[in-house]
Write a protein that binds this ligand. Structure first.
Ligand code: UGA
Length: 460
């Protein structure tokens, strides 16, 4: 099929490149000329494992093209994916002005019937507004616009694998023709008819993708409901960690056992510095607003947000307690991205921690495997060093703020010998307290207080 993707941010790029890989003809557009120039030059403006391979292959097969002209992308498309940003307004509500703007452009450029698909995360009922806008702006053309919602569940860092092997594909539609078109778009994914760059030589077998057809309002709600629940799970684990600290229990043991109940599940129960990124925090805020607007009390989610924000204060308290005086202390920071395998620093807890340390006038040196360039733009004047050993050298404390695999594998004995004071705050609970203590570190994490006494119970 001929597809247009509007918005070449994370979601648009993964969607456009992967759909082209599955055999569709994709034209992707963005209103940022620099971004389009980068893409036309064959470079990706984001760090996403495997996406470069998919993009190169689809471009070489002439199935993927980038253009700065939205009308050019829309004109010949049968279906259009709207993947523009919906950032939070001051109030926490989603800013839908980019969607409104895109609706005008689609209406103006269309001379044949189109299926317009919301891929951006939007509050429920946006589909109604989108349909109205398309029909009002396109009233003189006589073109039919169908509207559908197709939320994405991609996780940054594993987005390519997630796109090719989804747990579920949700399509919110209002007629059979829209459903038929969406089934056709996703047929290669459902039938495994593509070349997956993340699993070589072959993809894991036995994964079943559910194709769920819902109303548009349900599809819109499913996205916010999913992300809010993930945030809720994380905050739950974080409060458990606080309780474990008070009671001398170990949160790893508790969440491991709790998560073995299939009704609960082990994922997203890792305690630590809390969640960040451009999805969970903003989607929870938008969901709270949506519920308020509809007169539904969802204050449970306000608590989730509150708990999450408090994680930074709690880490700072630990740092202050151990260091006594923070001012002029040399502090090494490992990890700036909001999670591993991405250079995304938007709403990254690590950036908040660095700002707090700066305000207390610590002398900071920070590292990250891929996010330094982006971090430079929001932390001007700070010292960034790529080599983590160099960051640790002479430091009074080392803070682990993103759970990069690389940090787990560091030579911690060497780091011990290089630090001025062997003090480590593992804000992501990624290292073994026992191992770190046996090296000689003064080691702090979340919810694992008396580490020498705690022996892990590993079952099955
Ligand atoms: C999230 C969802 O997981 C995706 O399904 C969704 O498609 C996406 O938002 C989106 O709306 O576009 P993402 O923002 O890439 O994906 O990040 P997550 O993997 O969900 O992690 C979010 C944050 O939670 C990270 O800061 C991570 O460090 C933190 N986290 C995660 C924890 O603190 N504990 C955990 O147990 C898991």
């Amino acid at each position: 099929m001929r597809l247009a993707v509007i918005g070449c941010g994370y979601v648009g790029l993964v969607t456009g490149c992967c759909l082209a890989e599955t055999g569709h003809d994709v034209v992707a557009t963005d209103n940022d000329p620099n971004r389009i120039a980068t893409l036309k030059a064959g470079r990706l403006p984001i760090h996403e494992p495997g996406l470069d391979v998919v993009m190169q292959r689809a471009s070489a097969a002439s199935r993927l093209r980038f253009t700065g002209d939205c009308a050019d992308a829309v004109r010949n498309a049968d279906a259009i994916f709207i993947c523009v940003g919906t950032p939070p307004l001051e109030s926490g509500e989603a800013d839908l002005s980019a969607i409104d703007n895109v609706a005008k452009q689609i209406a103006a450029a269309s001379s044949s019937s189109k299926l317009v698909i919301e891929k951006s995360t939007v509050p429920a009922r946006t589909g109604d507004q989108l349909r109205r806008a398309l029909n009002v702006y396109g009233r003189s053309t006589g073109v039919t616009f169908r509207v559908a919602s197709n939320p994405e569940f991609l996780r940054e860092g594993t987005g390519v694998g997630d796109f090719f092997h989804p747990d579920r594909i949700v399509v919110g539609v209002e007629d059979e023709e829209s459903e038929r078109l969406l089934r056709e778009i996703y047929k290669p994914i459902l039938e495994g008819d593509f070349c997956c760059p993340v699993h070589q030589p072959g993809c894991p077998e036995g994964r079943v993708t559910s194709f769920l057809v819902t109303t548009i309002a349900s599809a819109e709600l499913i996205k916010h409901a999913s992300n809010s629940f993930l945030g809720l799970k994380i905050s739950y684990a974080n409060v458990l960690a606080d309780l474990c600290e008070k009671l001398g229990a170990n949160v790893d043991e508790v969440t491991q056992a709790v998560g073995l109940d299939p009704r609960i599940g082990r994922q997203f129960l890792s305690a630590g510095l809390g969640f960040g990124g451009f999805c969970l925090p903003k989607d929870i805020q938008a969901f709270i607003h949506l519920a308020e607007r509809e007169g539904v009390d969802f204050s449970m989610l306000k608590e989730v947000e509150k708990i999450n924000k408090r994680r930074i204060d709690q880490l700072m308290e630990k740092v202050r307690e151990a260091l006594w005086v923070v001012k002029d202390k040399k502090i090494g920071v490992l990890g700036l991205a909001f999670k591993p395998d991405t250079d995304d620093i938007r709403f990254a807890p690590a950036i908040d921690v660095v700002r707090r340390l700066q305000s207390e006038r610590a002398v900071i040196r920070a590292s990250d495997p891929v996010a330094i360039e982006r971090a430079r733009t929001v932390l001007p004047g700070m010292t960034f060093i790529q080599d983590p050993y160099e960051v640790a050298r002479g430091a009074d404390a080392l803070l682990l703020l993103t759970e990069w695999k690389e940090y787990r594998e560091l030579d911690w004995r060497l780091i011990y010998s290089e630090m001025a004071r062997p003090l480590v705050f593992d804000a992501r609970n990624m290292l073994s307290p026992k191992d770190m203590q046996s090296i000689g570190f003064e080691y702090h994490s979340f919810g694992r207080p008396d580490v020498s006494a705690a022996m892990p119970v590993l079952v099955g």
